[in-house]
Design a protein around this ligand. Sequence first.
Ligand SMILES: [Zn+2]
Ligand SMILES: [Zn+2]
Ligand SMILES: [Zn+2]
Length: 491
Amino acid sequence: MGIQVASTENPACLCGQAIAPRANYCSNCGRENLQVCPVCFEERRALSNLDLYASPWCAKRGELLVACSRCGRWLPAGVTICPDPGCRGRVRETWPSNTGSAPDGAGRTDGWRWPAEWDRQNPAYRAPVYASWNADGAVYAAFVAHGKLYVWVGSSLIAPGVGKDGAPAIGAAQSPSWKSWLGFDGVLSPTMGRGSAVALTGGGAILACAQDYKIVGLFPGRADEAMPLHLGAPVCQCAADGWWAGWVLREGRAELYAARISAQWRNTACVRVPTVSGLAAPRPGARMLMQGGVAFWVSDQGALWSLNCEQNVCRQLSEPAADLLIGWCSADLQGAHLIRSGGDGIRVGLEPTGSDRVQREASGGSGPMRDLFASKGLIAVVGEDVVTLDSRTGYILGGGRYTGQWIAGAVAETEADSPDREPRLLMLTQDGDAGNLTSLRPSSGGEEPVWRGSGVRPTGLIVAGRRLYIVCETGVVSIRPAASAPTAEEQ
Ligand SMILES: [Zn+2]
Ligand SMILES: [Zn+2]
Ligand SMILES: [Zn+2]
């Protein structure tokens, strides 16, 4: 038995030469185009930059592969820098992974851009295309990972099948295409904030269940049984950049754990942080952020704390204050931005707490704060109204209103060929008995309706790849532009 080629496509080399069947190296330039799988060593696969929609899974072992963004070489999950000394490119997952809450708290779009064809005044206007997937139980959470949508329904994790137009389209009456049983206690912890329900850890996901965290593999070729982490009752969690961190309550005591995300999800080993002070413990359901291996949260007493996962060291970064909220992580890894939401309105910290810079605050309108997005020089604060600020100066750029009760949102860049380049704020609200998604142009306050569903209770918004997903209490609605051609692997 020789090594087989995993990919069915026959792509061309970067030099333009067609790759001959079974030719591992280009006959023209000598570049290696088909590489031995770094997990099983039993199959060859085209480099990731030659086959953009390739499955990121090693089909033989069911483990996730990541790829170098520079040379396209596949590597086992957990690797972050290309080991080729001549390359040293950033190694990333090849498909978006998104729970609806960005680990760094900054924004929620993931490679998705506002389509110009959704602007009403565009002569080429085309209405968005919707597809719904209905669950047969309560939907606790949903997320997108490695080209698939996963939905936590009752005590199972389900990946609905790919239906017409690439939408998740398996009705409640039919059996889902992939289902992983989480155990009888595999229901969402009642104290968990939506942002902490699921943390994505490479080929696996950690779910905050009622009694314990459970880790479950996401390989679509097989459904393994979920495994408890045996840590205690979940309090809050987050994962990014090769690390997971989570708080638990064990026999009434708060404990903090960290784990390096490994190539095999079954081998995730959680290490207790020994240096943590009892004062650092957050309230159940608190928001926890992570960037570059450092986790941030606000303690029960209202102080900002951090955990450096690599060094296993916990630090207090601010004095306690009653009205303190965590905003987003600073892009330069200096710390986290804090928000104060009190009697005098919402105050946004323009400098990260934890850095030695002089702290400046900007006014973000009237509270209480519902949501906040920070993307490419723009801060969008959702309080009583929406206020957008210049992230450098703190000056107000614009804003708008939303109708009903705020549920979730995202700031999206426009498509490259758009007539204007103004980012749009997607606003998901509960408006009476209807779920409502609109897009706001902050400079003018102008709104575009995107979707409205009567009798629907939305709970979250996932913006990833080429789709929007509205997570509801009883299912998921998928929304895409009419022009986009769906591919079989993409949902
Ligand atoms: Zn070539
Ligand atoms: Zn393999
Ligand atoms: Zn590389």
